[in-house]
Design a protein around this ligand. Structure first.
Ligand SMILES: CCCCCCCCCCCCCCCCCC(=O)SCCNC(=O)CCNC(=O)[C@H](O)C(C)(C)COP(=O)(O)OP(=O)(O)OC[C@H]1O[C@@H](n2cnc3c(N)ncnc32)[C@H](O)[C@@H]1OP(=O)(O)O
Ligand SMILES: Cc1cc2nc3c(=O)[nH]c(=O)nc-3n(C[C@H](O)[C@H](O)[C@H](O)COP(=O)(O)OP(=O)(O)OC[C@H]3O[C@@H](n4cnc5c(N)ncnc54)[C@H](O)[C@@H]3O)c2cc1C
Length: 669
């Protein structure tokens, strides 16, 4: 064993000796229970040890087409393995089965840079479940689950992604043939972006403006066959293709689609919520927003997904920080592990704390989703506005924090973090996409703000408002801070959110009273409205974090760790945004000093446990896919071995030298 390897390995071994808690207990909490850990491990064994998921050469060295083909190969193999596994079949058969399987983060690692079947699994099947009638599900769902038909979710157009009411694709009902005629009237109406649309999918859920009897009823979902089931050739009357290279996700064949008066049967409109009868009569849904149901589902999924990406990044960064030695802390002494620098701890440890914050909050929003959909299925839509606001807020917060957290982790690994083999570039590009897709984050923050302001005004009038916003009026606004305990800090958060919302609402009203119409006043206040949404959502996350730890049954050792992480999260948030707390008098300058001191203590207390905590995430080396983050810490050998795989290293003198450099250098001429 080389000296370097020995040192790296013993660094991690020493770290692991410090562990003051039961790792398995923490793993179970991360998974959501002992049984879930066991289930995940069984499936990981089944998938990750299968050599078919290995790449013959690194995807970064493949052509665009070969990379797509390689990931498609693995994605199809994954579906085969789904159908061959009795346990998975049983789970998929349950009402929440598809969600449970999709929620297994490790599946994302089977394909590296975007899965061509992700939209099929993540949106097409859920839309059939959420928007299709029982007869429609009978017709398509079973085939979709088996992979006999592959679909995508085609909503966004070149001209409109955010503003759904602005979609231009039309679906006009023709009662004489009982068909809808799908048409793309302009270049901007071209469907643009859907994953898997380019070359993989032979079906799509297409969102189009529904016209019947001369009226437009807004965007509705239609099940459209795109390609022949035998030849896979695109059907006459439509044009479909791939949109070209992206920042990342380059193997998800994001596509475009145009219709030229393309006809589909009436029964292909997904009619669970609204219907068009044979004679063209439109039957209204209970709420027009039910057509947006799949987006709400996926926004909840993104809260889990972005958190999982951060979990990977922080595992890599923490292990690397324990094996990397650099500079001198004490003059003349050996170079310390970089994790011993307080500034390094401040990069890594808050990201670990964030993983738990996002995970606990995602679980709460997941529960709200299940509760709301259960009552919606019984015709009660009362929870829909609250679900929409919470899922928008948490999707925006999770994706933003995970993306910035991943980049902080990358930076914490210095130069090596910039290598593709560190995995950070891929983690970053996968995560930053979650800030845009499924609702661009600013737009989602403004949806939350709309709900906040309306609820605040309603609460001031004495009306009952949703549970997540009930705190906006009443004693919280005048609450006198007692101490810096968890409860005290949550009280300070509440007070500052209440102050910010009250001030922004009053400035909004002021603009209106000066003669601005509400929409202009709204736009002129929108920077601050976004802020309202952000502080409210942050408070939601902090509150759920504290509650989760209070409610979990934990051993003392683990309780201390999780409590310290939670404190670090809340205290750091308050320090970073201290202006919000000082401005409304929720906290004082001397409180801030005390909190800063506490933060230093928390970093020091958590430092010895950092490697063990990320070990407890139980992420297999295959999942991490990083030369910097593997379990054994053998960083330098892996870096070197990976570099040797570069095609440029297969010849000492590359062909390009003879073509370009030699003439320039005038060598041997
Ligand atoms: C649980 C575990 C899970 C496991 C995991 C599984 C999942 C794994 C994840 C897989 C990842 C898959 C990859 C995904 C790839 C990306 C796919 C896409 O981007 S696809 C493309 C994604 N594209 C996008 O996301 C587009 C984003 N744009 C939009 O969603 C909409 O245009 C809008 C919301 C911005 C405005 O809509 P507009 O119609 O103009 O509405 P107005 O503003 O005029 O407000 C009117 C009223 O409606 C209300 N309301 C609104 N929405 C909802 C709702 N959903 N509901 C309820 N209510 C809603 C609103 O509050 C207001 O109420 P009020 O105040 O009147 O009471
Ligand atoms: C990797 C990836 C995968 C995708 N997959 C799919 C898919 O499978 N299916 C699908 O249908 N779509 C998909 N999309 C499209 C995606 O959903 C949209 O790009 C997204 O909803 C944003 O819409 P937009 O592109 O129209 O952005 P725009 O709305 O044009 O955003 C541009 C800017 O305008 C601002 N803006 C827009 N409206 C407002 C407003 N009301 N107030 C304030 N600011 C505003 C935004 O904040 C942003 O800064 C995907 C996109 C990406 C990047």
């Amino acid at each position: 064993m080389s000296i370097m390897k020995q040192q790296c390995v013993s660094d991690l071994e020493n770290e692991r000796k410090n562990c003051s808690f039961d790792k398995e207990e923490l793993t179970n909490i991360v998974d959501g229970g002992v049984e879930k850990t066991q289930f995940r491990r069984r499936l990981e064994e089944y998938f990750l040890r299968d050599p078919q998921f290995l790449d013959s050469i690194g995807p970064d060295y493949m052509s665009h087409e070969d990379r797509y083909a390689n990931e498609l190969r693995k994605a199809c193999h994954m579906i085969h393995k789904f159908s061959e596994n009795e346990e998975i079949n049983q789970v998929i058969g349950r009402p929440d089965g598809v969600r449970s399987i999709m929620g297994l983060g490790f599946l994302g690692a089977l394909t590296r840079d975007g899965n061509p079947l992700q939209l099929h699994l993540g949106m097409f099947i859920p839309t059939l479940i959420g928007q299709g009638t029982p007869e429609q599900q009978e017709r398509w769902l079973g085939r979709a689950v088996l992979g006999e038909i592959i679909g995508t979710y085609a909503q966004t157009e070149m001209g409109h992604g955010t503003f759904l009411r602005g979609l231009e694709t039309t679906a006009t009902y023709d009662p004489s043939t009982q068909e809808f005629i799908l048409h793309t009237p302009t270049i901007t109406a071209t469907k643009w972006w859907p994953g898997g649309l380019g070359k993989t999918a032979n079906y799509a859920v297409v969102m189009a403006q529904l016209f019947t009897k001369g009226h437009c009823y807004g965007p509705h979902p239609f099940l459209v066959q795109l390609r022949d089931e035998k030849t896979h050739q695109s059907l006459p009357g439509l044009t479909v293709g791939e949109i070209g290279p992206r920042l990342g996700m380059n193997t998800s064949d994001n596509g475009f689609l145009r219709f030229d008066h393309f006809r589909i049967p009436r029964t292909n409109m997904l009619m669970k919520h609204s219907q068009v009868l044979e004679d063209g009569t439109y039957v209204k849904p209970l709420s027009s927003k039910l057509a947006y149901g799949t987006m709400v589902y996926v926004r909840v999924g993104i809260c889990f997904y972005s958190c999982h990406l951060l979990q990977k990044a922080v595992t890599i960064a923490t292990r690397y920080s324990a094996v990397r030695h650099q500079s001198e802390m004490l003059p003349g002494m050996p170079e310390p592990q970089i994790l011993d620098y307080q500034t390094q701890q401040y990069k890594v440890l808050p990201q670990i704390a964030t993983v738990f914050a996002l995970l606990f909050a995602a679980r709460r929003v997941g529960d709200t989703f299940i509760e709301a959909t259960t009552s919606m299925n019984k015709g009660n839509l009362a929870m829909l506005p609250e679900l929409h606001a919470i899922s928008c807020g948490l999707k925006a917060l999770s994706s933003t924090d995970s993306t910035s957290g991943i980049d902080i982790c990358r930076l914490s690994c210095g130069g090596h973090g910039y290598l593709a083999s560190s995995s950070f570039p891929r983690l970053y590009t996968l995560c930053t996409a979650t800030m845009t897709y499924e609702g661009e984050n600013t737009v989602l923050w403004l949806q939350v703000a709309r709900y906040l302001i309306k609820s605040y005004q309603a609460a001031k009038r004495g009306e009952v408002v949703g549970p997540s916003v009930a705190y906006l009026v009443g004693k919280n606004t005048t609450e006198i801070r007692a101490d810096l305990s968890d409860a005290g800090l949550l009280g300070a958060c509440r007070k500052s959110v209440c102050a910010i919302v009250a001030e922004v609402e009053s400035r909004l009203q002021h603009l209106c009273s000066k003669g601005q119409d509400y929409h202009h006043a709204w736009n002129n206040m929108s920077v601050f409205l976004v802020k309202c949404a952000q502080v409210h959502t942050r408070y939601y996350v902090c509150e759920k974090y504290v509650q989760a730890i209070e409610n979990l049954k934990l051993s003392d050792g683990l309780r201390t760790i999780l409590r310290n992480l939670c404190r670090l999260y809340v205290v750091n948030h308050i320090i970073v945004h201290q202006g919000d707390f000082l401005r409304c008098g929720a906290l004082t300058a001397s409180d801030m000093k005390a909190l800063e001191e506490e933060m230093g203590d928390l970093l020091a207390a958590l430092r010895p446990q950092a490697v063990s905590i990320v070990d407890a995430f139980d992420l297999d080396d295959f999942i991490l896919d990083s030369v910097l983050g593997s379990k054994d810490g053998n960083v330098y050998q892996r870096l070197y071995d990976e570099a040797l795989k570069s095609p440029l290293n297969q010849k000492d003198v590359p062909d390009a030298y003879y073509k370009y450099l030699r003439p320039l250098m005038k060598a041997n001429l």
